[in-house]
Design a protein around this ligand. Sequence first.
Ligand code: EPU
Length: 352
Amino acid sequence: MLPASSTPLMLRHDADLTPFNTLALPARARMLAHIRSADDARRLAGDAALRGERRFVLGGGSNLVLDGDFDGLVLKAEIAGRALVAEEDGYRVVAAGAGEIWHDFVQWTLTQGWPGLENLSLIPGTVGAAPIQNIGAYGLELAERFHSLTAIDLGSGETKTLDLAACRFGYRDSVFKQEGWHRDGRMLVSEVRFRLPLRWQPNTRYADVAGELAARGIAEPTPRAVADAVIAVRQRKLPDPAVLPNAGSFFQNPVVDAATAASLAAAHPALPRYAQADGRVKLAAGWLIEAAGWKGRSLGPVGMYEKQALVLVNRGAARGGDVRALAAAVQADVAARFGVTLVPEPIYLCVA
Ligand code: EPU
């Protein structure tokens, strides 16, 4: 267990959420609670005055579209802490508080000499948000390094432990999304535990990472070298939200049945396709968006990024409605051209 704090619950009224979402969309919350310990979450669950309030759990706000003001209570997960918990069955179990910054936590594990998460370097957001959409990049998904998590039921105040099976992870998916626990503010992740292999092997399957290591003349990479290669690839393709507000990939890569993939491949041989374990085929949404003419193109103050068409960027003073309009236009064009439905990756938080 990470240390519990006993500071008083910090509750603000009419709070500005603009600094807490990486698309920099303007929005206010009627109430904002800074959750700095699991006890804070339990106390809030037991507070009769807050019962019945609409709730939303916020992490780093890097996978979020704020579509107007929120007439309810936003819980900002800020629980800190990092610790080695155990060594068992060839793995280290490392715990981190939900509010830890994901990238800082990954770099800390590497500094400790505990590799395994390096391919997920530089992903924006917090540790607590990572399992919600099963973050993944450069040949690794969180699920492959996941041990368990602790969550507080914000209705009953109960503490629950969810193991790998209970989280029902899929591509950018988990039980939190399937059941709507996160969006409805029903469960707050307080701590996540990772299972890091004692016998490490570099994961350089992803062509961009292999290419970057080759360009650096590194044949037998250390964990640090893999992390540095991933960071370099990300920095080349993905805009820094601090400079150009964005929420990473704006759409999921669509997964279609084998017959649909075969007919698309016949018509568009260059379309990148990735066979899935269940026989279906994942398509590169970025390619579809580029082919539909949206790469580097804007609609009002928002646009699809010129170096990676899957990333929606805020080039000015955009509002939630601008994001919705561009997303709908891109979806319509891709559907008309390829018959493929693009599903947004971020969570939309709408006005009540
Ligand atoms: N592509 C294009 N044009 C574009 C963008 C991509 O043709 O404008 C093609 C690329 O040439 C490549 C393929 O699409 O053949 C895949 O592109 P890339 O390697 O950039 O990855 P992605 O599928 O677009 C996914 C994740 C990213 C993750 C990268 C690397 C999703 C929705 N996105 O993007 O995750 O960093 O792979 O593993 O699965 C995120 O979720 O926010 C995110 C950034």
